[in-house]
Design a protein around this ligand. Structure first.
Ligand code: S3P
Length: 446
């Protein structure tokens, strides 16, 4: 596989209409849960077994970093991994810089882990990750006693010197970020006393759910309309057997594809539907999408269902900004659905999209215009006038800026276009969804 850092190896591809999508499918394991399963396994004494692990580049970057700090991590089969942890407080000094590739989650959560260990680690990343803000984790972790030497603008490369014992803090999140919340809680694992995080707006709660499953003394309370998470350190984690549910953020691309390509009807099995993640499905239903949940059950402590999705005429809506945290990674593909809906879709409150793998407001506005859609960009959202179900003209090349979700979203747009959409580089897709293209080709062929 060629690495996105090698500019001579770009892999452009044209995505074009090829008839209805039909059949049953599964998407790979949830990325957020996969990172956490490896990290908590690395801190538990004994063997954690994981099935359904996402084997994307981001998660592999987490695995490599944890190995460099002493954990034994082995692949036993497709999605089947074992982790022999070192115990909270016993991570080792890595000998070389930790290469985080494209992955913000690896970087920010591992910074939390390192912050309360007596070790020094340098974090490096690709061109996209090296532009992303790290101040949001540097601030609380510095309050806990860690020190940082970062590149201008508080970016990578950055060196973190951890402190042990660290100081427990109570931290109110200034941005709705599960990564920042998790960084503080992970630092709290090796910190004596109570570390607390106050969330004015709830974000994905996989860290809380899974830490409890690993035996941490963690509790969540609602206080004055805010969510308060408290963790008692130093924690002792017990190894677990974890089944990772399918990633709703990956299912999102196929859900939108089935909704906008006439004649489609698919079933996506085993999709994680944690309420802090499932906002896209709510919004697509509000737009008129047929999405039916079946076989509701629990997998790995998370609600899961099989989703039956059929082509549906969509209507533009005003998307409730309060839903944003529960669908923060799904806006690029929602914008594609909006471009095919009848009437206007208005989104607001999305300034966080500007600091993802790319500036997803600017990049999607440009990409959709290139494909012939009518889009205007505001400071904190996009307003899109849809085609009412008519095919988009198509075009390209689309500049994806090393952002997997831009590449997959515009691939979906290509399926509903007259001349196809050319994506400049499909390699970033491997960070989160290595089998995206074969799965798409398989459904189109049925
Ligand atoms: C993630 C949190 C979100 C999300 C990212 C994964 C996580 O980031 O965009 O893809 O696993 O905690 P923020 O915390 O920056 O919102």
């Amino acid at each position: 596989m060629s690495s996105p850092s090698d500019p001579t190896q770009i892999q452009p591809r044209r995505f074009a209409a090829s008839g209805p999508l039909r059949g049953r499918m599964r998407v790979p394991g949830d990325k957020s849960i996969s990172h956490r399963a490896l990290m908590f396994g690395a801190l538990a004494v004994g063997e954690t077994r994981i099935t359904g692990l996402l084997e994307g580049e981001d998660v592999l970057a987490t695995a490599a970093a944890l190995r460099a700090m002493g954990a034994t991590i082995d692949r036993q089969g497709q999605g089947e991994w074992t982790v022999r942890g070192v115990g909270v407080g016993a991570l080792l000094q890595p000998e070389t810089a930790l290469d985080m590739g494209n992955s913000g989650t690896s970087t920010r959560l591992l910074m939390g882990l390192v912050a309360s260990h007596p070790i020094t680690a340098t974090f490096v990343g690709d061109g996209s990750l090296s532009k992303r803000p790290m101040k949001r984790v540097m601030e609380p972790l510095s309050q806990m006693g860690a020190s940082f030497t970062a590149s201008p603008g508080d970016t990578l490369p950055a060196t973190l010197r951890g402190l042990s014992p660290a100081v427990p803090i109570a931290y109110r999140l200034p941005v709705a970020s599960a990564q920042v919340k998790s960084a503080v809680l992970l630092a709290g694992l090796n910190t004596a006393g109570i570390t607390s995080v106050i969330e004015p707006v709830p974000t994905r709660d996989h860290t809380e759910r899974m830490l409890k499953g690993f035996g941490a003394d963690l509790w969540v309370e609602e206080e004055n309309g805010e969510r308060v998470i408290r963790l008692r350190g130093e924690a002792e984690l017990r190894p677990q057997t974890i089944e990772v549910p399918g990633d709703p953020s990956s299912a999102a691309f196929f859900a939108v594809a089935a909704l906008i390509v006439p004649g489609s009807e698919i079933v996506i099995e085993n999709v994680g539907l944690n309420p802090t993640r499932a906002g896209l499905f709510t919004v697509l239903r509000q737009m008129g999408g047929t999405i039916v949940e079946g076989n509701l059950r629990e997998v790995g402590g998370e609600p899961v269902a099989d989703l039956r999705i059929a082509h549906s005429p969509l209507k533009g809506i005003e998307v409730d900004p309060a839903l944003a945290p529960s669908m923060i990674d799904e806006f690029p593909v929602l914008f594609v659905a909006a471009a095919m809906a009848e009437g206007r879709t208005v989104t607001r409150g999305l300034e966080e999209l500007r600091v993802k793998e790319s500036d997803r407001l600017a990049v999607m506005a440009q990409a959709l215009r290139t494909a012939g859609a009518h889009v205007s960009e505001t400071e904190d959202g996009l307003t899109i006038d849809g085609t009412g179900g008519n095919l988009l003209p198509g075009g390209g090349p689309i500049a994806t800026h090393l952002d997997h979700r831009i590449a997959m979203s515009m691939a979906v747009a290509g399926l509903a276009s007259r001349s196809g959409v050319e994506v400049d580089d499909t390699r970033p897709i491997a960070t989160s969804f290595p089998n995206f293209q074969p799965l798409l080709d398989g459904l189109s062929a049925q």
